[in-house]
Design a protein around this ligand. Structure first.
Ligand SMILES: [Mg+2]
Length: 235
């Protein structure tokens, strides 16, 4: 019998289709900048942006640097220049992104079913900037299913920092760690964070392709199905 009553749910690539939001926001931004072939440039951006976020997780880069660095690196790698300052490009992109809270297929139904389980609390836990994360939460309406929302930029710590999770535990106000279940798609932020904080965890892969590099991590559950997550919680 499981005893999970506080569900800590990651957003991007767990319930939100971040690649689709990112693609839409990126293409709109490039259109405004008059840059053609946005699809090729987006492939470069995805690589550079991911590198920056890994550095933030590892604390080798500050968030403020990331705001311009990801664009500087993208444009340099693609061999193009822009008259618009990188920070301004970032603002344009974030503005577009903040309007786009797009669910993965089946995810909204999952949220409704999760909400209908009696006696549980739901916390949304996301690494992201305040503007984009809170904007996308608002746009999607997902807040109606949640008791608590934790955006790393608002808290001051990013997953997998244990202080991010301490903030969650202090808010939920239950000291029994066995009552918590972290659900997320990322080994480096969600699963590592759950390991750091000593919380049970479930690795979710929307397409059934589980990431590599899990050797030194404790993963209590692995699933590609929202139904299975509900079954785990229902015990
Ligand atoms: Mg995620």
């Amino acid at each position: 019998m499981n005893s999970y009553i506080h569900i800590l749910l990651d957003l991007d690539d767990t319930v939100f289709d971040f690649p689709l939001s990112e693609k839409t926001a990126f293409n709109k931004t490039m259109e405004k900048l008059g840059i053609e072939d946005a699809d090729s440039l987006r492939a470069v951006y995805t690589v550079e942006n991911t590198k920056c976020w890994k550095q933030i997780e590892q604390k080798t880069m500050q968030r403020e640097e990331m705001f311009w660095r990801r664009w500087a690196n993208t444009f340099a790698a693609a061999g193009i220049t822009s008259d618009t300052p990188y920070l301004e490009i970032n603002s344009m992109y974030m503005e577009e992104l903040s309007k786009l809270g797009i669910y993965l297929p089946g995810a909204e139904e999952f949220m409704k079913k999760l909400r209908s389980i009696p006696g549980i609390t739901i916390s949304l836990i996301t690494n992201g900037t305040s503007q984009s994360a809170n904007g996308r939460i608002r746009a999607s309406g997902i807040g109606q299913y949640a008791d608590y929302i934790f955006v790393s930029h608002d808290i001051g710590y990013d997953k997998p920092d244990v202080r991010f999770f301490e903030c969650v535990l202090n808010t939920v106000k239950d000291t029994d760690k066995e009552h918590y279940l972290v659900v997320g798609d990322s080994l480096t932020s969600d699963i590592k964070g759950a390991n750091n904080a000593g919380l049970p965890c479930c690795l979710f892969a929307k397409d059934g392709r589980f990431p590599e590099g899990a050797e030194n991590l404790r993963i209590d559950y692995k699933t590609a199905s929202y139904g299975e997550i509900l079954n785990i919680i229902r015990g």
